[in-house]
Design a protein around this ligand. Sequence first.
Ligand code: NAP
Length: 240
Amino acid sequence: MEIGIIGFGSFGQLIAKELKRDFDVFVWNRSDRSGEAKKLGVNYVPIEEAASKEIVILATSISSFEEILKKVRAHIKKGALVADVCSVKEYPVGLMRKILPADIEILGTHPLFGPDSFKFKENRKIVLCPVRIKNGKLEGIKNYLEKKRYKMIITTAKEHDAAIARTQALVHFIGRILERMDLKEKEIDVMTYRKLLEIMDVVKNDSWQLFLDIEKKNKYAEKVREEFVKNAIRLNEELK
Ligand code: NAP
């Protein structure tokens, strides 16, 4: 089976490297990344070609999602499956429903790992939000992921976003605050301090755009950030 990947940034490259073990992978990226594709051993092709495969994975930034969907729509074949990998789900799922014709199948996904955490095999979890997909195809995908030992969580886009606002958006918010505090390794420290440094480093490795999108394109994230800030201020007041 042939898979097209639109967007060959840090996450697009991670999935291309994994999928090429089992599929013929065709990738496209806005800026020229043909060198990286050659190094990985995947086909670097024009956007029209990547979008015309049986399965098309959209892996560009969340903020460019609408523009990309409109660009690829005309090249996607009837009966093909379009899946996204965005770290938020209501926003891209809503756009896919609106922009893609009814004869194209849709699956929302959020792989709960990134280039840094992928090495921890036991942590490879993936959220699936079936939107418009035939049972047989969904079963095939589930079987494949199970064989690859991914832990699957099947849910709705809404439930995903409400949960991930606490379990990811909050972590990224705290990590970016720690970055602004310019936390450094110290000889006199405790183990939990090293965990803070770890959070800061992992979060810092993602692009700034991804941080903005995780915080701004999830409608539940602002409330969680405010709850955190309010509690930080309150606790500080109690200590005066
Ligand atoms: P990234 O490294 O910043 O890459 C962003 C990608 O989007 C690049 O390929 C970039 O192309 C492309 N892009 C940005 N604006 C574009 C536009 N207007 N038109 C066309 N392409 C555009 O981000 P990433 O970490 O790979 O994230 C990509 C997706 O994966 C996001 O939806 C994110 O939520 C999801 N994801 C990421 C992780 C992670 O840990 N990184 C985990 C799970 C899911 P250029 O190279 O030309 O700039």
